[in-house]
Design a protein around this ligand. Structure first.
Ligand SMILES: *Cc1c(COP(=O)(O)O)cnc(C)c1O
Length: 357
């Protein structure tokens, strides 16, 4: 039996999208592919509010997160870390042989514009990384306020992971001045894993062109050269690109504004459900994610038993990530989920633990 996923990624994929993946194969140097690629990158530009370049990479998010480091970090990188994924990005930066410092926030706290300003004012950095929505802690950092600070540092590359947020709310890439915005599609986009979308500003492409050791597979300048022909440097995951084509159609049919509103509604609903049952929200007030709710196990329920029993009745439930595993639980409400999906999960939780009613 397949479990219905309430974990923060991968998330459930709509049957129409799975069906689209069974479309017969085409060659990526055929004109059919260029048409598909062009249609998708123009659709993505609307979702990302960018007139710049949008690229498709065949890898999970960390492929391009590493690629961005190799292409864009010259002298030294400031990695802002407020959870497991941002910590890992710092580690990846060092593993790429780059000079970098981690600026750490207690888990549950957002990255703040003040900390960004303080770090970059030292003049030591030519690049920074941050995660918009830290999936490990359910914290969403204030991107518009941070972007306002970044305008004071035009020579610093602004590299942002939006893996678990892009499309759930408005993230206008150009207006925010993001140099490289990166997201894997298995979370907020609700596609199967294996495809990562990223942007590169003109400034980012100039930086990349002069960068040594940027490798081949994630070389931003290779992506730009191929983009001119609506293509990719190497063979892409065409089946997933069919899936993206279908998903963009579905997103525009729903309407972006309606999609954002649905996520606000789901977030309010889930936060209300957990807090009314005596669980505290893990994030600092005002920094709760719109796409997943991370709660403290304030009532000391047996989370491992709950996870196991939910699994037996067909639900995949998450009992925390990294160092807060067991002390927290996370409920995803991203992608194409609706209220009825969460009603189903909550009913199952109550059936297992009647004290949650
Ligand atoms: C899941 C996740 C990642 C890791 O992505 P992979 O696709 O597994 O490489 C990175 N950043 C965030 C915010 C995530 O939620």
């Amino acid at each position: 039996m397949y479990k219905k996923l309430f974990i923060p990624g991968p998330v459930p994929v709509h049957p129409d999208i799975l069906a689209a993946m069974a479309t017969p194969m085409i060659g990526h140097r055929m004109k059919e592919y260029a048409e598909l690629h062009g249609r998708i990158t123009s659709g993505l530009k609307k979702v990302l509010f960018t007139q710049g370049k949008v690229f498709l990479a065949t890898s999970s998010a960390f492929g391009v997160m590493e690629g961005a480091i190799r292409n864009l970090v010259g002298t030294r990188c400031a990695n802002f870390c407020n959870g497991a994924f941002s910590d890992k990005w710092h580690d990846v930066t060092l593993r790429c042989g780059k000079q970098a410092d981690a600026f750490r926030f207690e888990w549950g706290r957002p990255v703040t514009p003040e900390a960004v300003e303080q770090a970059l004012s030292t003049g030591k950095y030519d690049s920074m990384t941050m995660i918009h929505n830290e999936t490990s802690t359910g914290v969403m950092s204030p991107l518009p306020e941070i972007a306002a600070v970044m305008r004071k540092f035009p020579d610093v590359m602004f590299i942002v992971d939006t893996v678990s947020s892009m499309s759930a709310l408005k993230v206008p890439v150009d207006e925010l001045g993001i140099d490289s915005c990166i997201f894997g599609v298995q979370k907020a986009f609700a596609l199967p894993p294996g495809l990562t979308v990223f942007t590169a500003s003109e400034k980012a492409l100039r930086r990349a062109a002069g960068m040594e050791g940027r490798g081949y597979y994630f070389d931003f300048t290779e992506f730009a050269a191929n983009d001119a022909k609506d293509n990719t440097p190497s063979t892409p995951c065409i089946s997933l690109i069919y899936a993206m084509d279908r998903q963009l159609e579905r997103m525009f049919a729903e309407g972006l504004e309606a999609r954002w509103a649905r996520h606000r509604d789901l977030a309010d609903f889930v936060r209300g459900w957990v807090t009314s049952r005596g669980f505290e929200l893990f994030p600092e007030p005002g920094s709760c994610s719109l796409t997943l709710t991370c709660a403290r196990n304030s009532r000391g329920i047996d989370l491992a038993a709950l996870k196991k029993r939910l699994g037996e009745v067909g639900f995949a439930f998450d009992d925390g990530y990294g160092k807060i595993k067991g002390q927290t639980f996370r409920i995803a409400h991203m992608g194409d989920m609706i209220r009825a999906d969460l009603d189903e999960l909550f009913a199952a939780m109550i059936a297992i633990m009647p004290e949650l009613a």
